[in-house]
Design a protein around this ligand. Structure first.
Ligand SMILES: *Cc1c(COP(=O)(O)O)cnc(C)c1O
Length: 348
C-alpha cells in the first residue's frame, strides 16, 4: 500500500510551460521507499522537498546509485500514457544488480509510477514536444564510509515537465582517446557515475565546438558505439546501421523501438558493428546519408557534422530523411495520434 500525503498548495502556477529548461522544474509530489534490514518498506508519495542525509552516506563516497529516464505523454483528450514502462523497470533492476543494489519490486514500481503521475497529471501538457520526464533513482543511504555495499537505500521517483530537448542539429566528435565504458564494466547500466565520467571529455569536445562525443570501443577506438547519452544510428545508402548492444552500450528503449518501427516501415536495418573506417569510406563515396542519436530525452537528434582527429565532415541534407520519419512514427504512438501496433502505450 502506497501512503499518500498531498501538498497543501500546488506550485504549478509558478511554471511557464513554454519556457522550460530541461530537468529544472519538478512537480508537486515525489515517491519514496526505503530499504532497510533486508527489505523495501514504507512506500509513500509526499510533497516534493529536499532530503536530509548524513555526510557519511555511502552514495557520496562510492557512487552506489542508478537511475532511469522515461516519459509520460498527454493526448488532446487529456488521457495520459506511459511509454513501455516495463522496459525501464526491467532495466532499472538490471542496473541495480550490477551496482550490488537490491532490486525494486516490479509491481510496486509500476504502481508507484502510475499513482505519482496521476496525482501530478496537470503537469503533463498535451501538444507536440510537451512531456513529463520521469526520473526513478536509487542510492546508498547507509551512514558509514567502509567501502562495501550499503545496507540501506532510498528509492525515489521525481517528475519534471519538459519540452523537446535538443532542437538544433548536433556536431559530434568521435572519441579517439577517452572512453565512457570498458569491457566488463558498467556501461550497460544506468549508473550515475557513467555520466560523471563523460563530463570531462565532453567539455573538451565542447571547447572545440562540438556538442557531444561519439563513443567508440575502449580498446581500439574503431567501433562506433554511442552518441553522448544516446544510442547512435548511421544511414548508409538505404540501410540503417546500429551497433549490437554489449556490456559497454546502454540498451536504449528508444533504440529498440526505432529498430522495430524501421522494420515496420520496411526500412532496411542492420544491427552490426560499424567502424570509423567504414564511416569515412561511406562519407567519401557519398553513401553516408544520416547520423542520429536516440534516447528518451531527445527522442531522435539528427547530427549535422562529425569530427574525427583534426577533420570535420559535414553531412548532406537528405530529402527522404529517416530520422524525421522515425521520429514522427514514434511520436504518433507516444502522443496517441495513431495506432499502437506493438502495445507500447500504457494508459494511466
Ligand atoms: C539512457 C541512455 C540511453 C538511451 O536510452 P533510452 O532508453 O532510449 O532513453 C543511451 N545511452 C546511454 C548511455 C544512456 O544512459
Amino acid at each position: 500500500m502506497i501512503e499518500v500525503s498531498r501538498c497543501s498548495k500546488s506550485r504549478i502556477e509558478q511554471v511557464d510551460f513554454n519556457q522550460l529548461t530541461f530537468g529544472k522544474n519538478f512537480t508537486d509530489h515525489m515517491f519514496c521507499c526505503t530499504y532497510d534490514q533486508g527489505q523495501w518498506h514504507n512506500p509513500r508519495i509526499i510533497p516534493y522537498a529536499p532530503l536530509t542525509l548524513d555526510p557519511g552516506a555511502k552514495v557520496f563516497h562510492y557512487g552506489q546509485a542508478v537511475f532511469e529516464g522515461m516519459k509520460a505523454f498527454k493526448d488532446d483528450t487529456g488521457s495520459v500514457f506511459l511509454f513501455r514502462p516495463d522496459q525501464n523497470i526491467a532495466r532499472f533492476n538490471k542496473s541495480a544488480e550490477r551496482l550490488a543494489i537490491p532490486e525494486f519490486p516490479e509491481d510496486l514500481f509500476l504502481e508507484a509510477l502510475k499513482m505519482l503521475v496521476n496525482i501530478d497529471r496537470d503537469w503533463v501538457k498535451s501538444g507536440h514536444g510537451h512531456a513529463l520526464y520521469i526520473r526513478p533513482f536509487v542510492f546508498a543511504s547507509e551512514n558509514g564510509i567502509a567501502a562495501s555495499p550499503s545496507a540501506r537505500y532510498e528509492f525515489m521517483i521525481v517528475l519534471s515537465p519538459v519540452t523537446a530537448y535538443y532542437s538544433e542539429k548536433l556536431k559530434v566528435l568521435i572519441a579517439d582517446h577517452y572512453s565512457r565504458a570498458a569491457d566488463g564494466g558498467v556501461g550497460f547500466a544506468k549508473a550515475a557515475g557513467n555520466y560523471a565520467a563523460q563530463f570531462y571529455p565532453t567539455n573538451l569536445a565542447r571547447e572545440k565546438g562540438y556538442h557531444q562525443v561519439i563513443w567508440t570501443d575502449a580498446s581500439s577506438h574503431e567501433f562506433l558505439e554511442e552518441a553522448g547519452t544516446m544510442n547512435v544510428f548511421f544511414r548508409v545508402g538505404d540501410t540503417l546501421i546500429t551497433a549490437p548492444t554489449n556490456d559497454r552500450i546502454l540498451d536504449g528503449v528508444t533504440r529498440k523501438s526505432i529498430i522495430e518501427l524501421a522494420r515496420e516501415l520496411h526500412l532496411d536495418v542492420a544491427i552490426r558493428k560499424f567502424s570509423v573506417t567504414e564511416l569515412l569510406e561511406a562519407y567519401h563515396s557519398g553513401d553516408l546519408k544520416e547520423i542520429f542519436g536516440s534516447g528518451t530525452a531527445a527522442t531522435i537528434s539528427a547530427v549535422s557534422a562529425f569530427g574525427h582527429k583534426e577533420n570535420l565532415y559535414m553531412l548532406p541534407e537528405v530529402s527522404d530523411c529517416y530520422a524525421d520519419r522515425l521520429k514522427h512514427a514514434l511520436q504518433d504512438i507516444q502522443y496517441n495520434l495513431g495506432k499502437d501496433p506493438f502495445g507500447w502505450r500504457l494508459k494511466i
